[in-house]
Design a protein around this ligand. Structure first.
Ligand SMILES: C[S@@+](CC[C@H](N)C(=O)[O-])C[C@H]1O[C@@H](n2cnc3c(N)ncnc32)[C@H](O)[C@@H]1O
Length: 321
């Protein structure tokens, strides 16, 4: 599969990651080989993008920026809109602003000066979405930033952005779940952002994250929380803020106790933020009938979700292996 194999071989030019590489290559090939009726459309978007003269990657906060792409904004937009919905970003491509649903830079600013520097480090980004943050990690100078994300569309989005620039960025996105990775304690920083509440078994997720961490490694965990005392947690019935598969939202003290039980050390809460419609917003890059957080909050009380649960609040916790 041309989508990722060219980059894959260059990227894993690393003896430590040799075993990791071989297993991931086989599993990634299988993941891309599934039947999905959207693949012809997504492939045509990539073919169009691959024909453009490649541009220059840079950071123009809040955007990941690519200048000097050899195509008009209308042409770039038409190709990228074959890959809707764009949840994560934003990007600026020549003059075209790809305003994704999430203004990802806000999350990055909350944590970037509080984590161990990523320069020259091996970094794992679990549940990476379309790899916006994986690219931000590589732009911080990571030696290797590996994102894993099982949802195929997001892998095509990553490939589309990656194909727009000619720079060598040390990042890759693989179409895999954390559970599919060989357990290898080789990463200096492991990120799990927006993933824990999607797990049926949150302790299993924490334990698998730990297995990927080198002895001096740091975990950066971002997740939904609710107000409440130690041991309090919310288990939504049905959807939460319109999201499916939200299993368990702990209080901050409960979250700390989970991390403690999973044997993490130096547990430090670096941020707690209410999620606002400025950060998760309705844009034309979601699709024709966009709906976002403002539609998922209670019409008469924005402190609640439409289902009547406390509105989304997120914590970022850093801890050591
Ligand atoms: C809410 S998104 C978060 C994306 C990004 N990390 C961020 O912070 O914006 C969660 C992503 O995690 C992925 N995911 C869920 N369970 C996963 C698992 N066990 N391993 C890897 N990815 C997972 C989902 O497919 C989804 O795209």
């Amino acid at each position: 599969m041309k989508l990722f194999e060219d980059k894959f071989k260059l990227f894993f030019n690393d003896l430590v990651l040799q075993k990791f590489k071989d297993e991931c290559l086989l599993k990634s090939r299988d993941a891309f080989a599934v039947k999905n009726g959207n693949i012809p459309k997504w492939t045509s978007a990539l073919d169009e993008i691959n024909a453009f003269k490649k541009g220059d990657l840079d950071l123009n906060e809040p955007y990941i920026s690519i200048k000097n792409i050899g195509a008009s904004s209308d042409t770039i937009e038409a190709s990228l809109k074959k890959l809707l919905p764009w949840r994560k970003g934003p990007y600026i491509l020549n003059d075209l602003k790809l305003e994704s649903e999430w203004l990802g830079d806000l999350k990055w600013q909350r944590l970037k000066n509080k984590i161990k520097p990523l320069h020259n480090k091996r970094v794992l980004d679990v549940g990476a979405g379309n790899g916006y943050f994986t690219m931000r990690m590589a732009l911080e100078g990571a030696k290797q930033a590996i994102g894993v994300e099982p949802f195929l569309l997001f892998n095509y989005q990553y490939a589309a952005i990656d194909a727009l620039f000619k720079n060598n960025l040390n990042s890759i996105l693989l179409p895999l779940r954390l559970e599919e990775l060989p357990n290898m304690p080789v990463f200096d920083s492991v990120f799990s952002m927006g993933v824990l509440y999607h797990q049926r078994d949150h302790m299993e997720h924490l334990s698998l994250l730990k297995k990927m961490m080198s002895p001096e490694s740091e975990l950066i965990l971002e997740t939904l929380i609710v107000d409440g005392p130690k041991n309090f947690k919310l288990t939504p019935e049905g959807r939460y803020a319109n999201m499916r598969n939200v299993y368990c939202l702990p209080s901050i003290e409960t979250l700390k106790s989970w991390l403690d039980d999973a044997d993490f050390k130096n547990i430090e809460v670096i941020d707690i933020s209410q999620t606002t419609p400025t950060e998760q917003r309705k844009t034309s890059w979601i699709g024709d009938n966009p709906a976002s957080l403002e539609d998922f909050l209670h019409p008469s009380d924005s402190s609640l979700t439409i289902e009547g649960y406390p509105a989304p609040k997120r914590a970022i916790v850093i801890c050591k292996n």
